[in-house]
Write a protein that binds this ligand. Structure first.
Ligand code: 4HQ
Length: 260
C-alpha cells in the first residue's frame, strides 16, 4: 500500500507492507518483532505485523484445531475449519499472497525476499504437527515456501525468517539495506572480510589496501576476496552468475586457491 507522508514541506510516497501471521504459538513470534530493524520499520509505518492465534478461529466448543489423519499414521493434522475461517477473515477483499511454510515449498532465497517485499499484503500460515489439511493448500494457499531442507517443530520460525528478511529490504526501511547493496558485486557472491579499529590487534594487521584511501583498489580487493571465498566455500553460487574477464583471469592466477 502507498503511504503519503508529510516531511517538512514535502510529500513522501512510501510503500508499506501488511503481514498477518496465523500460528498456534504467537508467543514465539512477538518478541522478535519488538527489536532492531523490524521494530523501527513498524514504528515508521513501513511495516505492520499482526499475529493471530489459530485457536481463536476454532469452530467447536472444545476449540480444537487438529485431528487424526485419514488413512492412519503418526501425528496430527491441522483441521480445515479454523484455517479457512482465519484466512477468509484476514485475506477478504485484498489480493494477499497466502503463504504456507513447508519443507515441500519453493526454496526461500534473497531474490524471493526482494520480490515479496514489493507486495502489499502477506498472510503467513504456520503449521504444526504433521501439517495442514490438503484442502487448505488447494483453496487458500497461493505460495508454498521452504526455508531449508530440515524439519522444524512448526512454521513460526520459518515465518519469522520471511518477516526478518523482507523487513530489512522494504523500500524506505531505514539504513542498512543501502549499505548491504552498495557493494555492486555483493549480489550473487559471498561477503568479503570486514575489519574495524584497531588497525593492529595483537599483531594481526588490517590489510594495507583498506587503510590506503584508494577507493578503486579497495573495491577491487573486496570483490577479489568475495570471489575467492565463493570459489572455495560455495562454488554452486558461481554456476548461476556470469563471470567477468577479471574473474576468469583471477581464477587462473592461483591467488584464489592460496591459503586463508
Ligand atoms: N516445518 N521450511 C513442519 C518446516 C519448514 C521448513 C513447517 C515443520 C511446517 C508442519 N517450514 N510444519 N523447513 O520444517 O518451512
Amino acid at each position: 500500500m502507498w503511504l503519503k507522508l508529510l516531511s517538512g514541506n514535502r510529500i513522501l510516497l512510501m510503500l508499506s507492507m501488511k503481514i498477518d501471521v496465523v500460528a498456534l504459538f504467537p508467543e514465539i513470534i512477538h518478541p522478535i518483532l519488538q527489536a532492531g530493524i523490524l521494530k523501527r520499520a513498524q514504528g515508521a509505518g513501513v511495516l505492520s505485523v499482526n499475529v493471530h492465534n489459530l485457536r481463536d478461529f476454532a469452530t467447536d466448543r472444545h476449540k480444537s484445531v487438529d485431528d487424526y489423519p485419514y488413512g492412519g499414521g503418526a501425528g496430527m493434522i491441522l483441521k480445515p475449519e479454523p484455517l479457512f475461517g482465519a484466512v477468509r477473515t484476514l485475506a477478504c477483499q485484498s489480493d494477499a499472497r497466502v503463504i504456507y511454510l513447508t519443507p515441500q515449498g519453493m526454496p526461500f532465497n534473497q531474490p524471493l525476499a526482494e520480490a515479496l517485499s514489493l507486495e502489499s499484503h502477506l498472510v503467513l500460515i504456520c503449521g504444526r504437527y504433521k501439517g495442514i489439511d490438503e484442502r487448505v493448500r488447494q483453496k487458500l494457499v497461493t505460495d508454498e515456501i521452504s526455508i531449508g531442507d530440515y524439519v522444524l517443530t512448526g512454521g513460526e520460525i520459518p515465518a519469522l525468517v520471511l518477516i526478518d528478511t523482507i523487513g530489512r529490504v522494504l523500500p524506505g526501511a531505514l539504513g542498512d539495506y543501502e549499505s548491504a547493496q552498495d557493494d555492486s558485486f555483493s549480489q550473487e557472491l559471498l561477503d568479503h572480510p570486514h575489519y574495524t579499529r584497531p588497525s593492529d590487534f595483537e599483531g594481526m594487521k588490517v590489510p594495507e589496501v583498506l587503510l590506503s584511501g584508494h577507493h578503486e583498489k579497495i573495491s577491487q580487493w573486496k570483490h577479489e576476496e568475495s570471489f575467492r571465498r565463493t570459489v572455495r566455500r560455495r562454488p554452486d553460487l558461481l554456476e548461476k552468475s556470469q563471470l567477468t574477464k577479471e574473474d576468469t583471469d583471477y581464477l587462473s592466477s592461483s591467488s584464489v586457491t592460496e591459503d586463508n
